[in-house]
Design a protein around this ligand. Structure first.
Ligand code: CO
Length: 294
């Protein structure tokens, strides 16, 4: 028995090895599971304003320069914007649709970069939560929005200072229009104001939907006896909010309110993502997300 057993074991082993060899050949023959395919998914809120698209075009070009040869896909987190654009024949994917398509195309490693300004509802609910659901199907790393860490705050303050028009005099104020939100992530706006108050005198950040409000900004302008105000969007795109709520002709736009209060005004219609000093911050986050893929 022992002798027979001793003879049979190597034969069984050979068979097992042979089977393993065949199965690995068959596996390699299909070639899907063995080859890593890396890609990038850029995720923005979106814009329906054709002129604001320059921001995303610029970001896409800069991503191509930093990580050449890596396929790049796009998704918009705003369903309202996506539906509006779809009616005009422009189809943009949501994050779940974009990730499904990428996995279907065979991507095994995906770096998802948020092009939002703060980690708010769009980032947490429409991006991060969706990514968690897809993690059993591909390796996915996520790059943080523009403002996430204390280093980001310092880089953003530098970017703000670098993009203020050269014609602005030191006695003149700069008012940045941020979006703002009911989400706890809104805290990044008053946080930014704290950094600005130390490094950039008379530069204020107000928000459309959160804190600080325009009233908070007006109180600062009054206290500092400011006479002229430069208005700039603090959003990736100079879209609807910048063109209408900030610089539009209606009575309730920021420029109209400031003018009615006797301030001289000047508006700049450029989104933050149009400038290299800002796009670099997002792309630094993307690069570290990309390097986390293995
Ligand atoms: Co809005």
């Amino acid at each position: 028995m022992r002798f027979v057993h001793g003879r049979r074991t190597p034969r069984t082993l050979c068979l097992v090895l042979l089977l393993l060899l065949f199965s690995s050949v068959a596996y390699a023959g299909h070639g899907e599971a063995s080859a890593a395919k890396k890609g990038i998914l850029l995720v923005a809120f979106g814009t329906s304003e054709p002129a604001a698209q320059v921001s995303f075009t610029h970001l896409g070009e800069e991503v191509g320069k930093r990580l050449p040869g890596t396929p790049v896909r796009w998704a918009y987190t705003s369903n309202i914007i996506r539906r509006k654009l779809a009616k005009q024949g422009q189809v943009y994917d949501s994050v779940p649709i974009a990730l499904s398509k990428m996995i279907d195309e065979g991507f095994t490693h995906i770096a998802v970069q948020s092009l939002h300004t703060i980690p708010g509802e769009e980032f947490h609910e429409k991006l991060l939560r969706v990514v968690k659901g897809f993690r059993s199907m591909a390796q996915i790393s996520v790059g943080a929005p523009l403002m996430a860490t204390p280093q980001d705050m310092e880089a953003v303050v530098k970017a703000i200072k670098a993009t203020i028009p050269a014609d602005r005099k030191a006695s003149e104020a700069v008012v940045l229009m941020g979006h703002g939100t009911h989400h706890p992530g809104n805290i990044y706006y008053p946080g930014l104001q704290w950094y600005l108050s130390k490094a950039a005198p008379l530069v204020y950040v107000g928000t459309v939907e959160g804190t600080p409000s325009l009233d908070d900004v007006l109180a600062g302008l009054k206290a500092n006896k400011v006479k002229k105000v430069w208005l700039m969007p603090f959003m990736s795109v100079a879209g609807d909010h910048a063109r209408n709520d900030m610089a539009g002709p209606e009575d309730d736009s920021w420029i109209s309110i400031l003018t009615a209060k006797g301030y001289k005004t000047e508006a700049v219609l450029k989104g933050t993502a149009e400038y290299d000093v800002y796009s670099t911050i997002w792309i630094d986050h993307l690069q570290s997300a990309f390097e986390r893929l293995n």
